[in-house]
Design a protein around this ligand. Sequence first.
Ligand SMILES: Nc1ncnc2c1ncn2[C@@H]1O[C@H](COP(=O)(O)OP(=O)(O)O)[C@@H](O)[C@H]1O
Ligand SMILES: [Mg+2]
Length: 363
Amino acid sequence: MIELIHLQKKYQNVTPLKDVNAKINNGDVISIIGPSGSGKSTLLRCINMLERPTGGQILLDGVDITASKYDITQARRRMGMVFQSFNLFGHLTVIENLMVPPMDILKKSRQEAYETGVALLKRVGLAGRELLYPEQLSGGLKQRVAIARTLAMDPDVILLDEPTSALDPTMIGEVQAVIRDLTNTGKTMMIVTHEMQFARAVCNRVFYIDQGGIYEEGPPEQVFDDPKLERTRQFIRRLKVLEVTFGNPDFDYPGITAEIDRYCQTNVIPARLKYRIRLAFEELVQQLLRDILVKISINMMVEYSEKEQTATVTVRYGGDRFDPSVGDNELSYNLLKASAQELEYTYDPEAEECNEVRVLFRE
Ligand SMILES: Nc1ncnc2c1ncn2[C@@H]1O[C@H](COP(=O)(O)OP(=O)(O)O)[C@@H](O)[C@H]1O
Ligand SMILES: [Mg+2]
């Protein structure tokens, strides 16, 4: 069991962790979520003592691993870390990446390290790739090697820091499947991930990190569906609903496309629906409402329902009444209409954003 007691980490200019308290039981699989910069990575790095906390204690089975006389290599042997950026040894082959740490640190024989390595590569679906170098592998395969390398040390605790966020969307699923497989081994795991469906499937607890500590925690159903505190609610809502305001016709197109992609990834939205959400953005906001955008800002909201397998794109704007179906860009309108299940324009003179276009897509 790991116990965090008044854990604090201060840097020169910021104190991401002010007072973190938690009891992590053996076999817990914990999803760590929270705003960017809230200290999620710092927390994982403190737990395995890659960074020294500036206050508080970490008890590993009752022993304070932050104590100055404690030999931290003991704790590190029991904890493995998987990074967003893989951190493989580029000059070593795949199998050597798996063999070196157990030989160096656990003093395993070359033969034993080799046999374990081969078996682990098989387990993560990489049999036969032993002699390749990391640079010859895709991101998804590299991350599977990194997971196998962590397992080669046979840790009791595995810490994963956004393990799929640097991956091409097509590879996320297979890396998630490998992590999912690990959760069946009964190892304690802490995973920084905003992929809610995945977290629901594999985790028994969720920690929402904010304001220097574990701001709210609970089982995934509770934190994701019924958070108790306002900040958690707002954060979860932002995960579930994408909201963008366009204020200028020369808006940041790649930035918005990236946000749509990130939203689709967080919610594991099927590729076809994602394509349609992008289509709505391109045809509706960029084409049909282009002239409106010169004068006023437009608000776009995307909401995905996993249960219904639908995505709703709602666009609102003020100004005069303007129904995009009566504009002169028939091509864009017809494209949109053809791919949508429902396409509806409403005008409410009472509302500040009196125009509303709602598009519903079905998978
Ligand atoms: N080595 C460091 N030195 C100084 N500041 C750091 C260092 N690492 C992280 N920080 C700061 O600590 C805060 C938390 O960072 P981080 O743990 O990476 O957040 P998260 O993983 O939640 O996005 C940020 O403000 C970041 O700039
Ligand atoms: Mg981080």
